[in-house]
Design a protein around this ligand. Structure first.
Ligand code: UD1
Length: 386
């Protein structure tokens, strides 16, 4: 085996926003343990920068500090994407990577892929091929475009292969490896923080969690649910009604919190059975999800994590790019249909609800599969023996 750096350039591993970190953490550990992999350089675009959305998750996931931080911060989609591109280009020029590896579907994912592709640097997309078929979601645009310019695409479920084939992407570029989120979930479960402790630390009374029905966990941050004031009011009304059935614990995303305050809807949070927390760390979230009677969410990651945990999940969206969580897992799409949501909650509390099964290769060993495949792929591409 040749020394890593001497043969092929480093792999720039890009993160930008919260859902990227759970995927990158196990991957970096597996890369460090895989002799055929060149050096990995962690690049943070700075899309997320708050302690709660960023630093705390780095600690929980034992992610190393980024080697490079582009510090782009918030902005409109165009500004944010353009700023990442402008700041990432000189990094690529400087480090001459053999590949740029991106995960998921956030603005940073597309921005860095575009820079790399135009410089003929290989683009590796992890979590490729997922489709909601809803172009009103910024993430869907990011997914479709990133996949089109990626050289190597790793997938979490087999439906992704059909989507990519339909879009003309050659099958030999696509590899089914499973779901990195579950690698992180398995690593976190033994260290998860008890929900009582999470609620107490946030200054709320944990006694409410002793309700005989248990408690539900809520996460909501999609623009389609939280940006329009009338929609947001409707969502908060539904949460209030669900909270009459079982207490809810809701770590509120900054985007959602800002919209609640801007639109004068704060009074709708004044319900003792709706426990509102600041954004939580990963170990707190895993603790909440693993003990919850149900989850009510619009997050992609929570749909996957609850499926792996066997916890019923009601997804407040019209669609999902993760159909396996519905077909095999515990997920049900409920949109914002009040009566449907309440009926589903009642069914779950009566002992029904989906239990599901864990999908193929969601086994906590995806990072190792990617590391050994990618190491060999990079050597083949560079024309040297691994
Ligand atoms: C982004 C991703 C979304 C992902 C989500 C997880 C895109 C298009 N969206 O959405 O796919 O599910 O992250 O959180 O990339 N803000 C803070 N602190 C921060 C970052 C953001 O307060 O550290 C606030 C700012 O007001 C900002 C707003 O949140 O304007 C939205 O942030 P942004 O990164 O644009 O999108 P998210 O809604 O977080």
């Amino acid at each position: 085996m040749k020394p890593r750096e001497a043969i092929i350039g480093p792999v720039l591993c890009v993160v930008g926003a919260r859902p990227n970190y759970m995927k990158m953490a196990p991957l970096l550990r597996a890369f460090a343990a895989e002799p055929s992999m060149p050096r990995a350089v962690l690049v943070h675009t700075g899309q997320h920068y708050d302690y709660a959305l960023n630093d705390r998750l780095f600690i929980d996931l034992q992610l190393p500090s980024p080697d490079i931080n582009l510090e782009v911060g918030s902005g409109t989609h165009a500004v944010q994407t353009a700023e990442v591109m402008k700041r990432f280009e000189p990094v690529v020029d400087d480090l001459k990577p053999s590949a740029v590896l991106v995960v998921g579907d956030v603005n940073s994912t597309l921005a860095c892929s575009l820079v790399a592709a135009k410089k003929s640097v290989a683009v590796i997309h992890v979590e490729a091929g997922l489709r909601s078929f809803d172009r009103a979601m910024p993430e869907e645009i990011n997914r479709v475009l990133t996949d089109q310019i990626a050289d190597l695409l790793y997938t979490t479920e087999r439906s992704a292969h059909d989507n990519l084939a339909r879009e003309g992407i050659a099958a030999e570029r696509v590899v089914f490896v499973g779901n990195l989120m579950i690698d992180s979930l398995h690593a976190a479960l033994p260290k998860a923080v008890a929900p009582e402790e999470t609620v107490r630390r946030a200054g709320a009374d944990p006694a409410v969690l002793r309700d005989p029905k248990g408690f539900g966990v809520v996460t909501l941050h999609r623009p389609s649910n939280v940006d329009d004031p009338a929609t947001l009011r409707e969502v908060l009304g539904i949460l209030g009604e669900v909270a009459q059935r079982l207490p809810l614990v809701w770590p509120i995303h900054p985007r959602t919190r800002a919209n609640i305050e801007r639109n004068g809807l704060g009074h709708l949070l004044g319900n003792p059975r709706l426990i509102c927390l600041p954004p939580q760390g990963y170990l707190e979230m895993v603790g909440l999800m693993s003990r919850a009677a149900l989850a009510l969410t619009d997050s992609g990651g929570v749909q996957e994590e609850t499926t792996a945990l066997g916890v019923p999940c009601l997804t407040m969206r019209a669609n999902t790019e993760r159909p396996i969580t519905i077909e095999q897992g515990t997920n049900t799409l409920v949109g914002r249909e009040r009566t449907r949501i309440l009926a589903c909650v009642d069914e779950i509390l009566a002992g029904g609800g989906k239990r599901g099964r864990v999908p193929e290769l969601w086994d906590g060993r995806t990072a190792g599969r990617i590391a050994s495949h990618l190491g060999a792929w990079l050597h083949t591409r560079a024309g040297v023996a691994a």
